[in-house]
Ligand binder design. Structure first.
Ligand SMILES: Cc1cc2nc3c(=O)[nH]c(=O)nc-3n(C[C@H](O)[C@H](O)[C@H](O)COP(=O)(O)O)c2cc1C
Length: 549
């Protein structure tokens, strides 16, 4: 008996069959690795081999864990950590005796983001540990960056063929330690709660290029708890207007997925990603429409690794645009649904204090909204939260606990760099330290485009400064003067005093844009603190922590 899950990993489908020829197990936080595993699974079964698919966690808890050959597909999360549904598997393989998996053929596909210091670390950790346990690495693992589909597509086909050609493992996976792994897990890390928007307020003022909104959520169920530094996942649905655009094309029909027949409208609203286009959509269309030359031209870019060309073409288009512009609106709805990714939840840093804010959860949300080519686009979360703020209807959320992004002891100085909506967790830190009367000093670096329109939480920070909680507030508004001025310039300007704070045990936190801001801020701290080695040493001590996206 083997476990196969549906695309969302939510409904394990248990099938009666002997041990599968290949078992594909994924660790995935936001659905990318899961999607990839699902695609590889679909392509692998074509040759008559039996291939099982499950999350690492589901497999660990299944009744029959027979393995013949193993392919692990995993992302890395929260600065070098396992995705939640890989954590117990990781605990388990760490608890096994040397040689426990001797001779088992395996390969690991890792996805991550090379902007992080711990690029693909979870995949490397699993790969290294399987090797230590005696498993046989049939194919060198591969590291895939944010455009993972390019690298993964090239790697997966020959890798699966090599794995299937390897002699199967005939022993049973050891059962020891599974319960220990379970005991260590938090148990409720996946629990979803119902929340409502109880208040909202525009933070960007008229004239701003941005649309930042402060939301306050009340969580209906008891038992929801969080700590400063945590984030929250909001399980959004797609905007009704967008769903209607799809219905106008595909009709108000019923569709059958995983043996259940439901209205297409329902599936479009809640289950599939309609906003964010992924390159795998092109690979899927190429399979469905082998004679379509426009699709073939783009699929060729995917195969040859021309990521710039493909990304340029995809830029600004949503999924419906892609189907329209590639003349694929006549593909049957069920086939289109099969090549869409599961609807992604949206994660936000919590901006409130569990002590000072009556159990409410505050979010600082950057809106996405624009018009192009006669269509209006709005980010799924932007319209979702706005609608919920108007009608008060409940929706699901899940706590995402921070690993290192935590306040130190109450008397330790804290340096926070959070321009734009990166300020959210620092508002939480400051409100928390204020509420509990922590004595440690607090220094915030904040910046954005214009002071007049973009100074988020200006009054609150002024108040926290007056009360003495906010010891220093350094501001960098980039477009208020001829020369651009950023938080890293403010950091350099205060080099001497920052060195003192760090010498006195201070912690540094950076939150926000990972592409430009975080590397520039890293450079500035390395320059003022004595080079990269000094920053690395702080990282090792957990005193230089980033939450960047
Ligand atoms: C909060 C956060 C932390 C992350 N940390 C890392 C990291 O330390 N190393 C890395 O390679 N990728 C990191 N990533 C990038 C993810 O691995 C990448 O987005 C991946 O595609 C997610 O796959 P998933 O949806 O299957 O979880 C991080 C992403 C987020 C949102």
């Amino acid at each position: 008996m083997s476990i196969i899950t549906d695309l969302h990993g939510e409904r394990p489908i248990v099938t009666d069959m002997d041990a599968p020829d290949l078992t594909i197990l994924y660790g995935s936080q936001t659905g990318n690795a899961e999607y990839l595993a699902y695609q590889i699974h679909g392509a692998s079964e074509k040759n008559g081999d039996t291939v099982a698919l499950a999350s690492l966690e589901e497999w660990l808890h299944s009744d029959d864990r027979a393995l013949r050959r193993l392919l692990v597909v995993t992302s890395t999360h929260d600065n070098g950590h396992m995705p939640d549904n890989a954590a117990e598997f990781w605990e388990w393989i760490q608890s096994l005796e040397p040689g426990a998996l001797a001779g088992m053929p395996y390969a690991v596909l890792s996805i991550g983001d090379s902007m992080y210091d711990d690029f693909c670390k979870a995949g490397h950790d699993i790969d290294g540990r399987l090797h230590e346990l005696g498993a046989v690495r049939v194919v060198e693992g591969v590291d895939c960056d944010i455009d993972f589909e390019f690298t993964a597509t090239k790697w997966a086909k020959p890798a699966v063929a090599d794995l299937l050609a390897a002699d199967p493992w005939t022993a049973d996976a050891p059962t020891a330690g599974v319960e220990a792994g379970m005991a260590e897990s938090t148990g409720d890390s996946d629990r979803r709660y119902l929340a409502r928007v109880s208040a909202s307020q525009n933070l960007s003022k008229p004239g701003s290029a941005k649309e930042v909104v402060h939301y306050e959520l009340t969580v209906d169920d008891g038992g929801f708890a969080y700590e400063p530094g945590d984030s929250i996942s909001v399980f959004v649905t797609n905007p009704p207007r967008l769903v209607e655009e799809w219905i106008a094309v595909f009709g108000d029909v019923d569709v059958t997925r995983q043996d259940a027949t439901r209205p297409l409208r329902e599936v479009l609203a809640a289950e599939v990603e309609l906003r964010l286009v992924h390159p795998g959509l092109i690979a899927g269309l190429a399979r469905l429409r082998p004679d379509n030359r426009a699709v073939a031209r783009l699929a060729q870019m995917l195969q040859t690794g021309d990521r710039d060309g493909l990304e340029e073409w995809l830029w600004g288009r949503d999924v419906l645009d892609v189907l329209t512009d590639l003349d694929c609106r006549d593909v049957p709805a069920e086939d289109v649904l099969d090549i869409l990714r599961p609807l992604q939840h949206r994660d936000y840093s919590i901006a409130s204090s569990p002590v000072g804010d009556d159990g409410r959860v505050h979010l600082t949300v950057n809106g996405v909204r624009y018009d192009a080519g006669g269509r209006s686009y709005a980010g799924a979360a932007t319209s979702f939260l706005r609608e919920r703020a108007v009608d008060g209807s409940p929706f699901e959320v899940r706590r995402v606990p921070a690993h290192e992004f935590r306040l130190p002891a109450a008397d330790v100085p804290v340096i926070m760099v959070g321009p734009g909506v990166g300020v959210a967790p620092f508002r939480a830190f400051l409100r928390h330290r204020d509420a509990v009367g922590a004595g440690g000093r607090n220094w915030l670096f904040f910046g954005d485009q214009h002071r007049a329109y973009d100074f988020l939480y200006e009054d609150e920070f002024a108040d926290l400064s007056r009360r003495g909680t906010l010891t220093h507030l350094d501001l960098a508004f980039s477009r208020d003067q001829a020369d651009k001025h950023y938080v890293q310039d403010e950091i350099r300007r205060s080099a001497d005093e920052l060195r003192d704070w760090v010498a006195q045990g201070g912690y540094i936190y950076v939150c926000g844009d990972k592409v430009h801001m975080a590397p520039d801020v890293d450079r500035a701290f390395a320059d003022i603190l004595g080079g990269d080695a000094a920053v690395d040493e702080l990282k090792v001590q957990g005193r230089y922590v980033k939450d960047v996206y």
